[in-house]
Design a protein around this ligand. Structure first.
Ligand SMILES: [Zn+2]
Length: 320
């Protein structure tokens, strides 16, 4: 068969692929921050495309959210860490250990792939050391495969592509998260569609570059009760997270086709209640940004295909 006919057949196959096969599905597993809330678990975003499941950050409750959706913990192909703040990590030991167990929510047979900043290897080694008695007991007495409780770690040395498989490319870029260095955001490209995850970041030109015209920007935000905005604590948070003002600047310059807020750092106290997520969106609007912008919720699904479709969370049973 002539080469051009082979190429023609290949293009025809691509064109005839079902629409879902060329989509990126994004699920917000956790949209909270360190506050231990039931309805906003710790930061974690699931990306499904090209038959892969990639997890970005592993905050508190990530295992419960995955299994609530009947997705086995072992079905995660790789975990990407944006930075090593605890609220982005505390769900990792659970995902790793529980995902190794014998029941259907677990059954990992191969090492958990972990991609993150410098010292991610130290984190993995420390977890293995700390849980050594449990690992020994379960591998020796229960016969669980030792390969399933190992890590396969890649430490990011510089910005650029960090994962390329199944037509899916993940690019890491450095963001400004104050004293936390390095801190990364990630861009996911698949079948001509693109998603950017900010990680924790105040205004960062590199983030604007990666997010310019992107199909979906998943971005963090910090907002505070008006009476507290002058306090040192709030000022510090505003310096390394995106305030409504900083976020409006990012959105205005990047012009994403859709934007969803996550990782809500909403500051207040008993006398001065914290802003709601919708109030944070309203503050961004008040700064002059009028493009697409939605406050995310745990279990919200966003499909990035020909169009970007945002589906409010459907009630999920507490047990799958
Ligand atoms: Zn952080």
């Amino acid at each position: 068969m002539a080469l051009h006919r082979v190429v023609g057949c290949f293009i025809a196959m691509l064109l005839s692929a079902p629409a879902w096969a060329q989509e990126i599905k994004v699920t917000l597993l956790g949209t909270g921050a360190p506050i231990p809330l039931m309805d906003r678990q710790g930061p974690a975003t699931l990306i499904e495309a090209g038959g892969k499941r990639l997890l970005f950050d592993a905050g508190r409750g990530v295992s419960q959210r995955l299994w609530q959706l009947k997705k086995p913990l072992s079905s995660i192909d790789a975990v990407f860490l944006t930075h090593l703040h605890s609220d982005h990590l505390v769900g990792l030991p659970d995902l790793w250990l529980t995902g190794w167990l014998q029941p259907e929510y677990g059954r990992r047979q191969t090492p958990l792939r972990l991609i993150g900043p410098q010292k991610t290897s130290l984190l993995a080694q420390s977890l293995k050391a700390g849980f050594a008695p449990d690992i020994a007991y379960r591998s020796e007495k229960e016969g669980l495969p030792t390969a399933g409780i190992d890590f396969n770690v890649t430490e990011i040395e510089e910005a650029g592509a960090v994962f390329e498989e199944a037509g899916l490319r993940v690019t890491a870029f450095e963001v400004d998260h104050g004293v936390v260095k390095p801190a990364y955001g990630y861009r996911i490209d698949f079948a001509g569609k693109s998603v950017v995850i900010s990680g924790d970041a105040t205004f960062t030109p590199a983030l604007v570059e990666q997010a310019r015209g992107v199909d979906l920007l998943v971005h963090e935000v910090v907002a505070a009760a008006p009476a507290l905005r002058g306090t040192a604590f709030v000022q510090r948070q505003f310096e390394y997270h995106s305030s409504p003002q900083s976020l409006a600047r990012t959105l205005d310059q990047a012009h994403p086709k859709a934007a969803v807020l996550t990782h809500f750092v909403l500051l207040g106290n008993a006398a001065n209640p914290p802003p709601t997520p919708d109030a944070a969106v309203a503050e961004v609007r008040a700064e002059g940004y009028h493009g697409p912008l939605v406050a995310g919720d745990d279990l919200m699904e966003i499909t990035v295909g020909v169009d970007v479709t945002i589906q409010a969370p459907t009630p999920q049973p507490a047990r799958p």
